[in-house]
Write a protein of this length. Structure first.
Lengths: 499, 1135
C-alpha cells in the first residue's frame, strides 16, 4: 500500500527552518518518519510505501475517513497518525492511501482530508476527476507531447479520467501511441511502478559547538584545522574538491551597549543568533586542508568577528577536482594554491578592492577602469589580437612613437592662469619632493574636449590641455604635463606628466 | 572676402537614418540664423533629405547644395554583372562584394546637373544590386564605377570614415597618399579637396597633420568642414540614442561607440574662423567651392515620358482623337450635354496642350486600357474626376459636365503644379499586375514607387528609446502603453497625468530623460518604406532624377523621396491604389457571370433602383462601400437617399470637415424641411443650391471664392491649399486678406464675410472634393446594387477578400442570413478554396470556402480541391493519402469545424442523398438561426420533414451518417495522421468513434475558434431565454419602441469607436440574433466603466432609447459585463 501526502506549509518558521538547513522539505521529513521508501513527486506531493506497518499501527484508534470501504485498521491508523504528526508540524495536508502510488497521488491532490481506496475501486474513485488533474509526468510524457495530447483531449471532449479510461485501448494506442496507453492506464489507476526514492544528499559540512567561547585566533585555528581535515577527507572520499568555502562562526550575544545597525540585522539575529560569516571563493578547485586553513585565517584576520566564538561551521561546495597537465614548453606558472595565498595576503594589506588586474572600461570617461579578480591569463595570443577594441594600433599601420604618461591618481588640484581660455601659468597644489609642477606655459595644445554619460547623474565634461612648462626652480628645465578643466565644476587639475 | 565667412559643406541630416539627428529644415533654419548663405547636405548613401533641404533653403534663402556620402570599396575591379543594376529579389550577388575588406565613405558634392545625374546613378547602381537589408559593406561602389560617374562631382577626402582616415588607420601614410593620388586621377586635381575637421579631439588633430602634409605635397586645396550631424549642441543626445539603436546596444553598454563630445553641431562662421585661425585658406576655400557648386534641385531636369504615338500623329493629335472618340460614346446619346461637353473638353485640351501634359494623360489612359483589356476593374478618383477629358478617356466614371464639377480643382494654369490622378484597382494580384505593367512599359529604370518615410512616432519611438535607456520589459510595456491609440484625446490628459496613471514618476531622472528623448525623436525619419500606390515615371532615366533602391517586396523599386517631395519637385506621379471593394465588385461580377449566367456592367447599372434606395433609407448597409459605418448608418435614415446625388452627399457628409464645421445638422434639418434653405450671400445660390445652402464639397469652397472675391480658378485652389496645411499659416493669412479684399470690393458685408471665411476654413483640410465623393458614390451604389440583387455572390466575394471593410465576417454572414441567404458549411467534399455560390433546387446558397478555416494553408486547401476534382474522397485514409500537403494540425482544424463530416458519402448513389441532406441541414439550421428556435427543435423538424418527404425513411428513426459528427471525424483524423507502418498501411478502421458528440455550445465554440464565424444560431440566441427573464429587448425590436423609453439591450460588441470629432463620446455596436443596437456612451460614463467597455466582449446596457427620424440608438446609463463563454470573439475597435 502507498500513502500520499499533498500539502502546504502553514507556518513560515517551519519552511524557513527547513530551507535554512538545506535539508528536505517538511513533507519529505514527515514521510521519512513512516517509511524509508519515499518519493518526492513534486514540491507539494510525497508518496511513500506503508506496507508492513501492521505491527506499528495495528491498534485501533478513533478515526473517520471520507469514504472507507472497510479498510484495515492499521491503514486507518497510519492515515490518522500522518494527519496528527502533520498538524503538529503546522502542515495542512490531504492524505490518500491506495494500492497504487499514482492513484494515491491523484486522489490526495483532488480530495480534501483523508481518503483510503481499496484495491479494485480505483476507477470508481478516479472516474469523475477532471482530466485537467491528470499528471502527465507520471506517465513519462514529455511537455511538448503532453500539450499536444491535452489539445486532442479537448477536441475529443474527454473531460474526466473516466472518459479517458473508457476509450478503447486499441483506438487510443493507434492514435496516441504508447504515451496515450500509459495515460489511459494512469487514468484507470492501473500503472504499476516503483517509487523514485529520495536519497539523502552527500553532506560536505562540518560543525562543532564549543564548550568555552574562543576569542583568540590560535585556538580557533586548531578547531578550523580539525574541521577542514575532516571536510577534505570527505571530499577525497568522493574524488571531489571545492571551489567555495563558507565559514560561519556563531558568536556570543553582543553587549547591550552595542547599537544594532538595522532592523534587518535584528531580525536575522533573532532568527539565527549572532553570527559571523565569510565566504572564500577559489579560482580553481582545491582540496588541500592547509591551504584552505590559511585562506580562512587570512579572511578572519581581515574581518574578525565582533564577539567570542561559541560554534563553528564550515561547508564546502563540492565540484570536480582540477585535472591538468603542464606542457613541456609552457612556462611554469605559480601554483594556484600559492598564488591564492599571496593574493589573500595582499588583500589583507591593501584591502580586497585594491587587488587584482586592472581592466580598462569601454568608455570615453578618462581613466575609467575597474579591478577584476586576478587570474592567470588563459588567452592565447590569437585571442588577444581579435579583441581589437582596446588595441591601440589594430591595423597594419606602422606604430607611431609612443610617449610614456605618468597618471596621477587622484589628479592634483592646480591653479591656472588663462588668457582667452588658454592656460598661461600653472601652479599645482599636491606636489611631491620628486615632481614639482608649476611655471610658465611655453606651449599648449588643446583643448581636447570630452563629455559623456549625460543620461546618468555622474555626467562628466572636461577640456584637456597638453602643456609644456618652464620652472626655473625645478631640476628639469621643461615639464610636459596634461592638465584639464572639469567643466562640471570649473576646477583645474593635473592629470599626469609625460615622461 | 571678410574673415567671418564660412559655408558648411559636409552636413548629415536625420535622413542618413540613425546617423544624423536633425531634420533638413532644422539645419537650414540654423544656417539662416547664423547668416550662413549656403550649406551642403551629404546624407549617407542617398539624397533622401535633399528635397526637403532644397525647399527649406528656398524658403529661407539659403542655397542648398546637394551631395552624398557614398560607400566605396577600395577594390578596383568589378564584374560585369556588377555594372548592370538588377532589381532586388533576384539572387545574383557579386561574391567580391562579400569578401571585400576595406570600405570607406567618400563625400561627394554636386557641381552641376550632370554631376547630380551621376550621383543618382551611382547610388542606384550600388543600391539595386543588393537586397534592401544588405549588410554594411555589401552596398558599395568600386573605384572603377566611381571613375565612370565623376563628371560634375567634387570629392572631399573625408573624415573619420573617409578614404584618408581609412588608410592612415589601417595601413600608413604612404598608402594614404596613394589613395589621394588615385582620387586625383579619378576626379581631377581641381575637384579634390583635402578635408579638415576639428572637434577638439587628439586623434583627429593627429590625422589633420597627416592630411595637411599630404595636401601640401600633392598641392591640394584645404577645406574646413565640421562634419555636422545635428543642428544644435543639445541634439547630440539624440545622435547618441540613434547610435545605440543602430548598433543594438544600450547607452550603458555602448561605450566608445558613442561620440566623445557634442561638437558636431552647425557652428557659426565666427566659431569656424576661430577654430581654423591657423589655416585661413581652409575657411576661404569653403566660400570658393560653394560658388563653384551651381546645382540646386531647381535644375532637376525631370521630364515626363513621351507617349509613343503612331507615325504621322503627335501626342496632341492622338490625345485629341482618343478624347473625342470617348466623348462620342459618353455624351453622344445626350444632345443637351454634348454641346457643353465639347466646349469643356476643348477648354481642357487647350490647357493640357499649353501645359504640355498630353503625355501624362496618354500614359494614364494607356494603364487604364491595359486594365480593361485584361479584365481588371479600374476607376479613377480624386480631383481627376473633375475632368471631362479623363471621363472621355475612360479614366474616371463620373460625368463632370453633367454634375457641373469644377475643372480648376484638378488642373489650373496659375498653380504651376502637375495634376494628380488616382486610380483605384482591385487590391491584391490584379493591382500588382497593373504595377508590373508600368514597370515593363517604362523599363526598370523608368518607373518606381514613391517612398514612404517611416518616422519615429508613438509606440515604436517609446519602445526604442526605452530600450536604449535600459528599461526592463515591464517598464517598457508601461511606457509604450502610454501612447494612446484612441483617436480622441482628453484635453485634461496631460503628460504628467498619463505618466502618473501608468505608475511612472516624471521627477525620476531616468523617466524624465526618457520623456525628453521621446519628445526629441518624434517625427525624425526611421527608415524608408514603400508608398501604397504612388508611382513616378520617367522615360528610362528615372535613376538620373532621383536614386532608386529596392523595396522589401520582390520586384519593386522605390525612389528615395516620398510623394510630397516628388510633388514639390514637380515629378509627376500616378497613384495605383488597391481598393478591397474593387476586388469584391470584380469577383462578384465574375461569380454572376459563372453561376447566374448573367452579365453585369457596372457602367450601365440600372439607375435609381428602388430596392437599393429602400435599403439605404433603412440603413441596411452592412458590407456596402463607404456607407456601412456606424456614423453613416445613423445618418442614412435622416438623409433618406432617393437619387444618386444623395449618395454623393452621403459619402461626403460623414467626414471630419463637415462634422467639425457643424454642417451636418444644418444640412439634415434643411433636408427634412425643418429649417429654411438660406444662403450666406444671394450670389452663392447657384453654387450651394444642390446642397441646400450648406457647403459640403471642396469645389463649392473654390467656387465661393471665385464668386465672392473674383478669384480665378487657380487662386481658389491656392486658397484651398493654403487653408489645408498648418505649416502655411503665413500664407493662409495672406490669402485670407486677399479674400476679404475681394469680398469687400463686391460689397459683401463684414458679417457675411466672416461667415464665408469660417465655412471655408473649417473644412478645407478634411472635406471631400465633390468629384472624389462622386467616384466613391459610384462604387457605393454598385456595391449596394450587387448586395441587394446578388446577395450570395456579393457575400461570397466579400468573404473572399477579407480583411476589408468595417465588420468582421461573422457580422457579414449573420446579416446575409437575416436577408434570407442560406449559408452552407465548410465541407472538404464540396467546398472550394474560396466561398462560392451553390445552386440547389433553383435557389442560390452560399457555400463557405476552405479559406474560412483558420490556420489552413492555401497550398493545402487548393490541394484538397485538386484531389477531389479527380474523384471524391472515399474515406479519411483516402483523403490523407491523396492530399499529403495536409498537415496533421490542419486535418484537426478541418475536423473540428465539421469540414470532414461528410467524407466518404460523396460516392455513387449516396451523393445525391447526402447533398440533399446537407442542403436540408443547412436550411433547417439557417431557419433556426433566423427564427431563434433551438437546435433540438430544428432537428425534430428535420426528422419530421424527412418522415413526410421520404416514405422509405419514415419507418426508421434518423441516424446520423457514418461521419456526420465532428468528434467522429476528429477520432478518425487522429488515426490517419499517425504513421501506421508498412504492416497496417492499407488497413482501414471500421466502426464509429467512441467519443460523445459535440454539444451545441461546443460546436459554436469550435466554429468561432476555427473559422471566426458560425452559420448556426447567434451566440446571443443561446442566451435569449435567460435574457428574457431580465426583460432585455432584442436589437431588432428597438425600432418598434417609443422615443425616451428606458430599455435594456444585450449583445456582442462588434465595434467600439471613439472618433476624434465626437468630443470624447464612445459609440458601441451590439449585435444579437436580430440585428445591431447602437449605443452611445458619454465621456463620464466611459471613464467610470472603462474596464467592461474595453475588455468584455458581451455587454448588458441599460439606458434611454433615442428614436428620432428613424434613427434608433440607446443612450447608455448603466453598463454591465455579461459572462458568456464564447471563444475568440473580437471586435473592430477605435476606428
Amino acid at each position: 500500500m502507498f500513502a500520499c501526502i499533498y500539502g502546504r506549509i502553514v507556518s513560515k518558521a517551519t519552511a524557513a527552518g527547513s530551507e535554512k538547513e538545506g535539508g528536505f522539505s517538511p513533507l519529505v521529513d514527515l514521510a521519512f518518519t513512516f517509511s524509508p521508501l519515499v518519493e518526492q513527486t513534486a514540491a507539494d506531493t510525497v508518496v511513500f510505501d506503508i506496507s508492513g506497518q501492521d505491527l506499528l499501527f495495528g491498534a485501533p484508534t478513533k478515526f473517520v475517513a471520507n469514504k472507507l470501504n472497510a479498510p484495515d485498521d492499521s491503514i486507518r491508523n497510519v492515515a490518522s497518525e500522518i494527519v496528527r504528526r502533520a498538524t503538529n508540524l503546522n502542515l495542512k495536508i490531504n492524505v490518500a492511501i491506495a494500492a497504487n502510488p499514482d492513484v494515491a497521488i491523484h486522489v490526495a491532490r483532488c480530495f480534501e482530508g483523508t481518503t483510503i481506496i481499496d484495491g479494485g475501486d480505483e476507477l470508481l474513485c478516479l472516474g469523475p476527476l477532471s482530466i485537467r488533474n491528470l499528471d502527465y509526468s507520471l506517465a513519462r510524457v514529455e511537455a511538448d507531447r503532453a500539450a499536444e495530447i491535452k489539445e486532442t483531449f479537448v477536441l475529443w471532449g474527454v473531460r474526466t479520467f473516466g472518459d479517458l479510461a473508457q476509450l478503447p485501448l486499441a483506438g487510443v494506442a493507434e492514435r496516441l501511441g504508447q504515451d496515450g496507453v500509459r495515460l489511459q492506464r494512469l487514468a484507470q489507476g492501473k500503472i504499476d511502478r516503483q517509487l523514485n526514492l529520495v536519497r539523502p544528499p552527500i553532506g560536505f559540512e562540518q560543525s562543532l559547538e564549543l564548550e568555552d567561547p574562543i576569542s583568540e585566533l590560535e585556538p580557533l585555528s586548531f578547531i578550523l584545522s580539525r574541521l577542514l581535515n575532516q571536510l577534505c577527507a570527505n571530499l577525497h572520499e568522493y574524488a571531489l574538491a571545492t571551489n567555495e568555502l563558507k565559514l560561519r562562526l556563531i558568536t556570543e550575544p553582543l553587549s547591550a551597549s552595542r547599537v544594532v545597525a538595522s532592523e534587518l540585522e535584528i531580525n536575522r539575529e533573532n532568527e539565527l543568533g549572532p553570527f559571523h560569516e565569510c565566504i572564500v571563493t577559489l579560482p580553481v578547485p582545491m582540496c588541500n586542508a592547509k591551504t584552505l586553513l590559511r585562506l580562512l585565517l587570512f579572511e578572519i584576520e581581515r574581518e574578525p568577528p565582533q564577539a567570542s566564538i561559541v560554534a563553528v561551521s564550515i561547508s564546502a561546495q563540492p565540484v570536480k577536482p582540477r585535472a591538468s597537465q603542464t606542457g613541456l614548453f609552457i612556462p611554469l606558472a605559480p601554483e594556484p594554491e600559492k598564488l591564492e595565498i599571496t593574493l589573500a595576503r595582499l588583500a589583507k594589506l591593501v584591502g580586497a578592492d585594491n587587488v587584482g588586474s586592472p581592466e580598462i572600461l569601454d568608455t570615453h570617461r578618462p581613466d575609467a577602469f575597474r579591478m577584476k579578480r586576478f587570474c592567470l591569463n588563459q588567452k592565447t595570443r590569437r585571442n588577444v589580437k581579435k579583441d581589437s577594441r582596446f588595441a591601440l594600433n589594430a591595423g597594419g599601420a606602422p606604430a607611431l612613437p609612443v610617449m610614456g604618461f605618468r597618471m596621477f591618481r587622484p589628479a592634483w588640484r592646480v591653479d591656472v592662469e588663462t588668457t582667452r581660455g588658454k592656460p598661461t601659468r600653472i601652479s599645482a597644489r599636491g606636489e611631491t619632493a620628486s615632481i614639482r609642477i608649476r611655471g610658465q606655459v611655453i606651449c599648449a595644445a588643446g583643448p581636447w574636449r570630452g563629455s559623456g554619460d549625460w543620461w546618468r547623474s555622474d555626467v562628466w565634461a572636461r577640456d584637456e590641455w597638453d602643456v609644456a612648462l618652464v620652472d626655473p626652480d625645478a631640476r628639469e628645465s621643461e615639464i610636459l604635463c596634461r592638465i584639464y578643466r572639469d567643466l562640471t565644476n570649473e576646477q583645474w587639475f593635473v592629470a599626469g606628466i609625460y615622461d | 572676402m571678410s574673415g567671418e565667412q564660412y559655408i558648411e559643406l559636409h552636413a548629415r541630416s536625420a535622413f542618413s537614418f540613425l546617423r544624423g539627428a536633425a531634420t533638413p529644415e532644422e539645419l537650414i533654419a540654423v544656417c539662416s540664423k547664423l547668416k550662413m548663405t549656403a550649406m551642403a547636405l551629404l546624407d549617407n548613401d542617398g539624397v533622401y533629405g535633399a528635397a526637403r533641404f532644397h525647399l527649406a533653403g528656398k524658403k529661407l534663402k539659403v542655397k542648398a547644395h546637394i551631395g552624398a556620402e557614398i560607400a566605396v570599396s577600395s577594390f578596383e575591379s568589378a564584374d560585369e554583372n556588377q555594372k548592370a543594376p538588377q532589381i532586388s529579389g533576384s539572387k545574383t550577388r557579386n561574391s567580391k562584394l562579400e569578401t571585400r575588406n576595406s570600405t570607406f565613405t567618400l563625400p561627394l558634392l554636386v557641381r552641376n546637373r550632370t554631376g547630380y545625374q551621376n550621383l543618382c546613378r551611382l547610388v542606384t547602381l550600388m543600391k539595386l544590386r543588393v537586397p534592401k537589408h544588405a549588410k554594411p559593406g555589401e552596398c558599395a561602389v568600386t573605384l572603377d564605377e566611381l571613375a565612370a560617374h565623376v563628371e560634375g562631382l567634387v570629392c572631399l577626402t573625408g573624415a573619420d570614415d573617409g578614404p584618408l582616415a581609412n588608410e592612415l588607420n589601417h595601413r600608413g601614410h604612404r598608402e594614404a597618399e596613394e589613395i589621394t593620388e588615385r582620387l586625383i586621377d579619378i576626379f581631377g586635381k581641381e575637384n579634390v579637396y583635402a578635408e579638415l575637421q576639428r572637434h577638439f579631439n587628439r586623434d583627429e588633430e593627429a590625422r589633420n597633420h597627416a592630411v595637411l602634409e599630404i595636401a601640401r605635397r600633392l598641392k591640394l586645396p584645404l577645406l574646413a568642414t565640421n562634419g555636422v550631424c545635428y543642428a544644435t549642441r543639445a541634439q547630440r543626445q539624440v545622435a547618441d540614442v540613434f547610435t545605440c539603436i543602430r548598433n543594438h546596444v544600450r547607452l550603458e553598454t555602448a561605450g566608445r561607440l558613442l561620440s566623445i563630445n557634442s561638437e558636431r553641431f552647425v557652428k557659426s562662421p565666427k566659431e569656424m574662423n576661430e577654430l581654423f585661425a591657423d589655416l585661413p585658406e581652409a575657411i576661404a576655400n569653403t566660400v570658393e567651392l560653394s560658388s563653384r557648386l551651381d546645382f540646386t534641385l531647381k535644375d532637376l531636369g525631370y521630364e515626363f515620358p513621351k507617349y509613343p504615338v503612331p507615325p504621322g500623329e503627335t501626342m496632341t493629335s492622338f490625345l485629341r482623337a482618343r478624347t473625342y472618340e470617348g466623348a462620342r460614346l459618353r455624351y453622344g446619346r445626350n444632345p443637351d450635354l454634348s454641346g457643353r461637353a465639347q466646349k469643356q473638353i476643348e477648354h481642357e485640351l487647350n490647357l493640357i496642350e499649353k501645359l504640355k501634359l498630353e503625355g501624362y494623360f496618354l500614359i494614364v489612359w494607356d494603364i487604364v486600357e491595359f486594365c480593361k483589356r485584361n479584365g481588371i476593374l479600374i476607376q479613377g478618383r480624386g480631383s481627376a474626376a473633375n475632368s471631362a477629358v479623363c471621363y472621355s478617356l475612360g479614366i474616371t466614371a463620373v460625368d463632370p459636365v453633367g454634375m457641373e464639377l469644377l475643372f480648376e480643382r484638378f488642373l489650373s494654369e496659375e498653380r504651376g503644379e502637375w495634376p494628380d490622378i488616382d486610380l483605384d484597382l482591385p487590391s491584391g494580384d490584379q493591382r500588382e499586375r497593373a504595377i508590373q505593367y508600368v514597370y515593363e512599359r517604362y523599363e526598370k529604370l523608368g518607373a518606381a514607387m514613391t517612398a514612404n518615410v517611416i518616422t519615429y512616432r508613438g509606440r515604436s519611438a517609446a519602445r526604442e528609446v526605452g530600450k536604449v535607456l535600459g528599461f526592463d520589459d515591464e517598464t517598457l510595456g508601461r511606457l509604450s502603453g502610454l501612447v494612446h491609440t484612441w483617436e480622441w484625446k482628453d484635453p485634461k490628459d496631460t503628460t504628467e497625468r498619463q505618466f502618473k496613471d501608468a505608475g511612472l514618476d516624471l521627477r525620476d531622472r531616468r523617466i524624465k530623460k526618457f520623456f525628453q528623448l521621446y519628445t526629441a525623436v518624434q517625427d525624425l525619419p526611421r527608415h524608408l518604406g514603400q508608398h501604397s500606390g504612388g508611382m513616378v515615371i520617367c522615360q528610362g532615366q528615372l535613376d538620373s532624377v532621383v536614386p532608386l533602391e529596392p523595396a522589401a517586396m520582390p520586384g519593386r523599386v522605390v525612389v528615395q523621396w516620398d510623394k510630397e517631395d516628388c510633388a514639390d519637385l514637380g515629378i509627376i506621379k500616378v497613384d495605383l491604389l488597391g481598393l478591397g471593394m474593387m476586388a469584391v465588385l470584380e469577383e462578384t461580377i465574375q461569380i454572376i457571370r459563372d453561376d447566374y449566367t448573367e452579365e453585369v456592367d457596372l457602367a450601365h447599372l440600372p439607375q435609381d433602383d428602388p430596392t437599393v434606395y429602400a435599403a439605404l433609407q433603412q440603413a441596411d448597409t452592412i458590407g456596402m462601400f463607404q456607407i456601412e459605418s456606424r456614423a453613416q448608418m445613423s445618418c442614412l435614415p435622416r438623409l433618406r437617399p432617393q437619387k444618386f446625388y444623395d449618395i454623393v452627399v452621403q459619402v461626403a457628409i460623414i467626414r471630419p470637415g463637415p462634422i467639425v464645421g457643424n454642417m451636418v445638422n444644418p444640412f439634415l434639418e434643411r433636408r427634412l424641411g425643418r429649417a429654411p434653405v438660406k444662403y450666406a450671400h444671394p450670389d452663392l445660390e447657384p453654387v450651394l443650391k444642390r446642397t441646400l445652402g450648406v457647403p459640403l464639397f471642396q469645389e463649392q469652397l473654390l467656387k465661393m471664392a471665385m464668386i465672392c472675391a473674383d478669384f480665378t480658378g487657380g487662386e481658389a485652389e491656392e486658397l484651398r491649399r493654403a487653408m489645408g496645411f498648418k505649416r502655411s499659416e503665413q500664407r493662409m493669412k495672406e490669402i485670407e486678406r486677399k479674400l476679404r479684399r475681394g469680398m469687400t470690393k463686391k460689397g459683401i458685408a463684414d458679417r457675411v464675410q466672416e461667415e464665408i471665411i469660417e465655412q471655408i476654413a473649417s473644412f478645407a483640410l478634411y472635406g471631400f472634393p465633390e468629384s472624389h465623393a462622386a467616384s466613391f458614390a459610384l462604387i457605393a451604389y454598385a456595391s449596394a446594387y450587387l448586395k441587394c440583387h446578388y446577395l450570395a455572390a456579393f457575400t461570397a466575394a466579400t468573404l473572399n477578400n477579407q480583411p476589408m471593410g468595417f465588420y468582421q465576417p461573422f457580422t457579414i454572414i449573420k446579416d446575409a442570413q437575416r436577408h434570407g441567404l442560406k449559408v452552407l458549411p465548410v465541407d472538404v467534399t464540396r467546398s472550394n478554396w474560396e466561398c462560392v455560390v451553390a445552386q440547389v433546387d433553383n435557389l442560390r446558397h452560399l457555400r463557405l470556402g476552405l479559406l474560412c478555416v483558420r490556420g489552413l494553408r492555401e497550398e493545402a486547401g487548393r490541394a484538397v480541391v485538386r484531389a477531389r476534382s479527380e474523384r471524391p474522397f472515399s474515406s479519411f485514409d483516402d483523403l490523407h493519402r491523396r492530399v499529403p500537403e495536409l498537415r496533421k494540425d490542419e486535418l484537426r482544424k478541418l475536423a473540428a469545424v465539421g469540414a470532414l463530416n461528410f467524407i466518404g458519402q460523396g460516392i455513387g448513389e449516396r451523393v445525391k442523398g447526402v447533398e440533399n441532406e446537407n442542403q436540408r441541414l443547412a436550411h433547417i439550421f439557417n431557419s433556426a438561426a433566423l427564427d431563434g428556435i433551438s437546435r433540438q427543435d430544428a432537428e425534430a423538424q428535420r426528422n419530421a420533414k424527412i418522415a413526410v418527404q421520404s416514405p422509405t425513411l419514415h419507418l426508421t428513426p434518423y441516424t446520423p451518417p457514418p461521419a456526420a459528427h465532428r468528434r467522429d471525424a476528429l477520432w478518425q483524423v487522429e488515426r490517419v495522421s499517425r504513421e501506421p507502418g508498412p504492416l497496417y498501411e492499407t488497413l482501414e478502421e471500421n466502426g464509429g468513434s467512441p467519443l460523445r458528440q459535440m454539444s451545441l455550445n461546443e460546436r459554436l465554440n469550435a466554429d468561432l475558434r476555427g473559422t471566426g464565424i458560425t452559420i448556426g444560431r447567434h451566440p446571443m440566441a443561446h442566451q435569449r431565454a435567460w435574457l428574457n427573464t431580465m426583460n432585455v429587448t432584442r436589437a431588432g425590436d428597438l425600432k418598434t419602441m417609443r422615443n425616451g423609453m428606458w430599455v435594456k439591450v444585450a449583445g456582442w460588441v462588434i465595434v467600439r469607436q471613439r472618433p476624434g470629432t465626437a468630443k470624447g463620446f464612445v459609440f458601441l455596436s451590439l449585435e444579437d440574433e436580430t440585428g445591431i443596437a447602437n449605443i452611445i456612451v458619454t465621456p463620464q460614463l466611459f471613464e467610470t466603466n472603462r474596464l467592461p467597455l474595453v475588455n468584455f466582449p458581451f455587454l448588458l446596457i441599460e439606458g434611454v432609447l433615442q428614436h428620432q427620424d428613424n434613427v434608433v440608438s440607446v443612450k447608455a446609463r448603466r453598463i454591465e459585463p455579461l459572462q458568456i463563454k464564447v471563444e475568440n470573439v473580437g471586435s473592430h475597435d477605435f476606428h
